[in-house]
Design a protein around this ligand. Structure first.
Ligand code: ADP
Ligand code: MG
Length: 234
């Protein structure tokens, strides 16, 4: 479903280019739950930004669901992001003055769905992440774990093929992190392809495959026996 071939990316700071991704080759099939691990600065977010069509590689190829992702204008890129991808970030990125229901409805507004339908789908999605009773709360009235559940509901409401999560547990305590991983595992068990960036090995071990990045190169890529997050929650 995802194919990256010989991806290179540099940032140009003043005159010195910083070579961040140095020939990334990675394929991800439907239904995988992949952790991308690596130290801070190893290029994880840069790679996720390319996967998420938020940034473009300098060279190499990227295909997503057999669609070549190349030289897209912003309108087309936004259209592909909306169609293929859901995003979850460490800092939740919810709109502070909107309720959980409104936050989750927003992507459907951009898709042009009528209000009634937006609210119905958003409500269903919030119920799936265990927040059916919290739909009218604004983010400041929710805990960190609840905020991230809202963010996951927002990412999934458009039924994307792939969920991309950049350090989704980075702002959460250990117990809440494992509860969140239990939710991601449940979503993956229902067939969703998920890519999780993390620098915590306990989180990575709850995925089905770990890709290790060091200084912009994949140094190891292995399938693992997944640890069930539920076993660590109670
Ligand atoms: P990670 O997510 O693994 O911590 P990043 O992909 O964010 O790593 O960053 C890799 C390197 O690229 C770091 O040295 C970072 O400072 C640099 N970098 C990231 N984004 C930019 C940018 N927009 N402009 C310049 N340098 C950047
Ligand atoms: Mg990062």
């Amino acid at each position: 479903m995802i194919h990256l071939t010989d991806i290179h990316k540099s940032y140009n700071l003043n005159t010195n280019p910083l070579h961040v991704l140095k020939g990334i080759n990675l394929s991800i099939a439907e239904g995988e739950l992949v952790a991308i691990m690596g130290a801070s600065g190893s290029g994880k977010s840069t790679m996720l930004n390319i996967l998420g069509i938020l940034d473009e590689a300098d060279s190499g190829t990227y295909t997503l669901d057999n669609t070549p992702i190349v030289k897209l204008n912003e309108t087309k890129a936004a259209q592909y992001r909306n169609k293929f991808l859901g995003f979850v970030f460490q800092s939740f990125n919810l709109i502070s003055y909107k309720t959980a229901l409104e936050n989750v409805s927003l992507p459907l507004y951009y898709q042009g769905l009528p209000r009634k339908e937006r609210q119905k789908k958003a409500k269903e999605q919030l119920t799936k992440v265990g927040l059916g009773e919290r739909t009218h709360h604004v983010p400041s009235e929710l805990s960190g774990g609840e905020k991230q559940r809202v963010a996951i509901a927002r990412a999934l409401v458009t039924e994307p093929m792939v969920l991309l999560a950049d350090e989704p547990t980075g702002a959460l305590d250990t117990k809440t992190s494992y509860e969140l991983m239990a939710l991601l595992q449940e979503i993956n068990d229902q067939g969703k392809t998920i890519v999780v960036i993390t620098h915590e090995s306990d989180i990575a071990n709850m995925c089905k495959r770990i890709v290790y990045l060091r200084d912009g190169v994949i140094v190891e890529d292995k399938k693992i026996k997944q640890k069930k997050a539920k076993d660590y929650v109670e």
